[in-house]
Design a protein around this ligand. Sequence first.
Ligand SMILES: Nc1ncnc2c1ncn2[C@@H]1O[C@H](COP(=O)(O)OP(=O)(O)OP(=O)(O)O)[C@@H](O)[C@H]1O
Ligand SMILES: [Mg+2]
Length: 421
Amino acid sequence: MFVYLQQLWETNSLSPHGICLLWRPELIWTHVSADALIGIAYYSIPIALAFFVSRRHDIQFGWVFWAFALFILACGTTHFFAIYTLWVPDYGTEALIKIITAALSIITAAAVWVLLPKALAIPSTEELRKLNEELIQQIAERNAALAALQAEKAEHLKTEEMLRQSQKMEAVGQLTGGIAHDFNNLLTVVVGHLERLEREFRDNPKIYRSVKGAIDGATRGAALTQKLLAFGRRQPLTPMRLNANLLIDSMSDLLRRAVGERVSVNINLDTVLWPVEVDSNQLENALLNLAVNARDALPDGGTITIRSANVTDPIGEKGAKHTGQFAMITVKDDGTGMTPDVMARAFEPFFTTKNVGEGTGLGLSQVYGFVKQSNGHIEIESNRGANGTMIRIYLPRARTASGPIRAVAGIGFATPVGQAT
Ligand SMILES: Nc1ncnc2c1ncn2[C@@H]1O[C@H](COP(=O)(O)OP(=O)(O)OP(=O)(O)O)[C@@H](O)[C@H]1O
Ligand SMILES: [Mg+2]
């Protein structure tokens, strides 16, 4: 073996490759330049491959690139050595380089064949693009489902909140109505007896004055209980089939007087409003209450607009659905508006933001009770400091075409005093 290797590197008996080319310069230099160019190119390719693999950590089968790099490097070396052996007959080293190149070539070739099925299994760019599109589509669908779920959740929370609010109003209404009912009956008895005393002591000025004072106090108490009864939906109502347009029209002067000169009242009525079946006095009372509230929200003057329109299955302010046909009356002002907190409590009895003595907080609660007792709906739309407030009243369309239609002649706002219920 040693002798074999010794003979392999024995160069004395050999002549350089140039001799075979008879040292003809055109052959020598053509070989030199061709081998040099091939060698340089072969050396640059592994550098590019190494750079590529080192930058792309995601690349699969990266070791194959390294095998390629070594194999091409060895090929390049054989070409550089071919230049060397033109002058130096070191064919032993050349043979060794070729052996190394052969080994690297076989390893790389074997690896390529082994890897071929795996490489074919890698999805093509087109397939990846399609998969990507599918993924994007799935993400969009999932996002849409998520958004729908969130919207449903928000809807659910809103419905729960509305239910809580209406349960609270129901409970307060029942309590208030119950107390007011008993209190009203007691006051009826008190006022009855006081009126008898008033008649009896007409000739006794001292007692007469005291009795008068007592009657005044009891009357005020009775008026208050009437308001509470209205909120508790327990006030005696006399529903009449009527056209709300005629009623609004007939009270327009009164409304203008009530709101004063600094506030203008626009009335915009649907020409063919459906008839409703409600207590006309209470409807007048409600409209007056709303107009006065609007006026109070317009300390520097402004406009109140009263409209009427027919609506079917309206969607309410908070998304609540009101099924059926309604004559809708809206009272809108361009005043200060309400904060969400005030809006949430505005219908509660005794809730007021006005100074002591300026408001009892019973106006809207009365309107609320009246509308509910008339099987209608009432809603507030308001933003503090923007666009003022709009109150919508939905009164159910009167079912039957028959029945008396109330001619709205005189307007009476007097609440029955101490009337037993
Ligand atoms: N149009 C409106 N603009 C702004 N806030 C309003 C409006 N209407 C009602 N409010 C608010 O709702 C609260 C309750 O109104 P409600 O009519 O029940 O009572 P009040 O007007 O304060 O007193 P009362 O009507 O007994 O004189 C008011 O204090 C006010 O804060
Ligand atoms: Mg009021």
